[in-house]
Design a protein around this ligand. Structure first.
Ligand code: IPD
Ligand code: CA
Ligand code: CA
Length: 267
């Protein structure tokens, strides 16, 4: 069953990716002052959902740009039709299409098409992780000092955002660097393929993380909340790493999330 689902997911993701690359982000609507949604996001989602509605009509759909459909079903597709919209709008080359499949609430399949480069990252539970059909694995870096990291900043410039500015500084001080690219699903694939050693972010949504966490775990990495506790796609904060650095990373993120929680903020 998983190989068949992966084929369907890949058809959907590639069809959306083709549409995205064939378009100019000229029609930009504003969700919030910095949260851009283009007509291309919604069309990309339509393309994906049409394929799923035809191929797997009994599956639920949890997609970013529409209300959830049957999201308590045994099988649910989780879709970010264009992750990294701001980058896409500005022509900055880090965006993608992210699709996961949940079985009884657990992500068991993930595919991310990284654009504009066209890399296809995919994984199904128990079968390893791949990029363009070749097996991938996390890095072996075992000290923060030797590590390269990536993080992201959400649209809300709130207390968690402020806290992440400090974490950005903290990790930058200690490591070989921290990148901020702007597409969380792609960032997770960069952990999975060993390009970076770890990733963290606040305030994410299931469609940002569901596919990437399957790919990271199948590539040998670890995923948790910032306090080190198990991560569910409905948690808003995440740490993903090459496993070797996980406790070292959460040792630094834990006090930050605990302090935010004491102030009533849990994202
Ligand atoms: C955003 C990206 C970005 C992350 C934001 C997300 P979108 O998704 O993944 O990297 O920092 O929190 O909302 O809006 O471009 O699909
Ligand atoms: Ca997103
Ligand atoms: Ca999106």
């Amino acid at each position: 069953m998983l190989p068949d689902l992966l084929k369907i997911a890949e058809l959907a993701a590639q069809s959306a990716a083709k549409h995205i690359l064939n378009n100019d982000p000229s029609t930009v609507r504003e969700k919030g002052p910095t949260d851009l949604v283009t007509e291309i996001d919604t069309k990309s989602e339509d393309i994906i959902c049409e394929i799923f509605e035809k191929e797997t009509p009994e599956f639920g759909i949890l997609a970013e740009e529409r209300p959830g459909i049957n999201i308590d079903a045994e099988w649910v597709w989780v879709i970010d039709p264009l992750d990294g919209t701001t980058n896409f709008v500005h022509g900055y080359p880090s965006f993608g299409v992210s699709i996961a499949c949940l079985n009884n609430g657990y992500p068991i399949l993930g595919i991310v098409v990284e654009l504009p480069v066209g890399n296809v990252y995919s994984a199904t539970v128990g079968n390893g992780a791949f990029c363009n059909g070749n097996p991938i694995g996390v890095s072996k870096t075992n000290t923060i000092e030797n590590g390269l990291f990536v993080t992201g900043f959400g649209y809300e410039h709130d207390e968690a955002w402020e806290a992440n500015m400090n974490l950005f500084k903290q990790f930058t001080d200690q490591s070989q660097g921290v990148r901020r690219l702007g597409a969380a699903s792609v960032d997770l694939c960069h952990v999975a393929s060993g390009k970076v050693d770890g990733f963290w972010e606040f305030d994410l949504h299931p469609w940002d993380t569901a596919a990437g966490i399957v790919i990271v775990k199948e590539a040998g990495g670890t995923v948790s909340q910032m306090d080190g506790s198990p991560f569910s796609i409905f948690n808003r904060n995440i740490v993903a790493s090459n496993k070797a650095l996980h406790n070292k990373m959460t040792g630094q993120t834990r006090p930050v999330i605990e302090k935010l929680r004491l102030n009533g903020i849990d994202i």
